[in-house]
Design a protein around this ligand. Structure first.
Ligand SMILES: Nc1ncnc2c1ncn2[C@@H]1O[C@H](COP(=O)(O)OP(=O)(O)O)[C@@H](O)[C@H]1O
Ligand SMILES: [Mg+2]
Length: 314
């Protein structure tokens, strides 16, 4: 559905994307995760055809977004990071009106637009159908943004920071909505977030964008394995503290007890969390970029092998 190779973006003399490469397959929910300013909005707006890239190859639904036609656009749903205001419109009227633009793009496989009642139900807006847009809360408004984005029943949905500023309840409702879209509609979804927890909850796949590149790519489980390969083992013996970093802590602890038996005390085994690893990875990528390209890879690999030692007295 999406194929990005060596994507580059430069604003003036500021390189924001330095060769971003990734793909998203049909039916996947992928999260583009990275700190503020990493270039997530830039990347997603290039894919949506709203910004012109400086270099690299991009294909979305088999088409270069800079040459996307109206028919191409009708197959894509877009929820921007911030949206202009419709204020006085009522929820149902607005969705019916916007939906009418998609009538010419209806096909045998995808009836367009989405039936308004069904769409209201999917977005959790049924009870709010008669309300004016300006009366909605932040969370309700964001669900309406999604309903507007998907009114043409898109095959591919882009969501830019969909839950920024939400309280926990609104966030959970929104996560349920994304799961419904993925499961019932089999939509392919690319969302951006700066929140690792959100990426973990929503996405089959997490792409970490830092220092202008994708520095990690995989499921949350796979990233945990990759990034948190080492565990930290701490113990004391004869009043002295020890710290050791081990890839196979069970084996190490077994050996420790075999050698020193009862004299081992205060044993503690800790694995770095995915969050520890993510923060270390982002820091290393950003620092690496400031000290030059050659050292970036070294900084990342050092971070990966040392992350479990964070805070240990070495
Ligand atoms: N139109 C623009 N002109 C100049 N610089 C921009 C423009 N848009 C974004 N930037 C800069 O590019 C960087 C990445 O921005 P953005 O893509 O919005 O990041 P994110 O969405 O990850 O927070 C930031 O340093 C931002 O200031
Ligand atoms: Mg952004």
């Amino acid at each position: 559905m999406i194929d990005v190779r060596d994507l580059r973006m430069r604003y003036g003399s500021h390189d924001v994307l330095n060769g971003v490469t990734f793909g998203v397959a049909r039916g996947e929910v992928a999260a583009l995760l990275g700190p503020n300013g990493a270039g997530k909005t830039t990347t997603i707006e290039i894919l949506e055809g709203f910004r012109k890239r400086s270099g690299g190859d991009v294909s979305v639904l088999g088409t270069d977004p800079v040459r996307g036609t109206e028919a191409w656009r009708a197959r894509i749903g877009v929820v921007l990071q911030s949206w202009r205001d419709h204020g006085r419109w009522r929820v149902r009227e607005l969705l019916a009106h916007l939906g009418s633009y998609y009538v010419p793009y209806s096909t045998a496989e995808s009836r367009r637009p989405w039936d308004v009642d069904e769409l209201l139900a999917v977005a959790g807006l049924t009870e709010l159908a008669g309300k004016r847009v300006r009366q909605l809360s932040g969370g309700q408004r964001r669900r309406l943004d999604v309903a507007i984005g998907i009114v043409g029943r898109p095959e591919l949905i882009f969501l830019d920071e969909p839950t920024a500023g939400f309280d926990p309840e609104a966030r959970r409702e929104f996560h349920d909505l994304v799961h419904r879209l993925a499961d019932r509609e089999r939509a392919t979804i690319l969302l951006t977030t700066h929140d690792l927890d959100e990426a973990e909850k929503l996405a089959d796949r997490i792409l970490v964008l830092a220092g202008g590149r994708i520095v990690a790519d995989g499921s949350a489980d796979r990233l945990t394995q990759l990034m948190c390969a080492q565990a930290e083992v701490r113990w004391s013996r004869d009043g002295q503290r020890f710290v050791h970093s081990a890839a196979e802590p069970a084996r190490f602890v077994h050996e420790l007890f075999r050698q020193y038996g009862e004299s081992v005390d205060d044993l503690e085994v800790r694995r770095a969390s995915l969050e520890d690893a993510y923060i270390a990875l982002v820091r290393a990528s950003e620092q690496g970029r400031q000290v030059g390209e050659g050292r970036r890879a070294a900084a990342v690999s050092e971070c990966l092998s040392n992350v479990s030692l964070k805070g240990a007295s070495r």
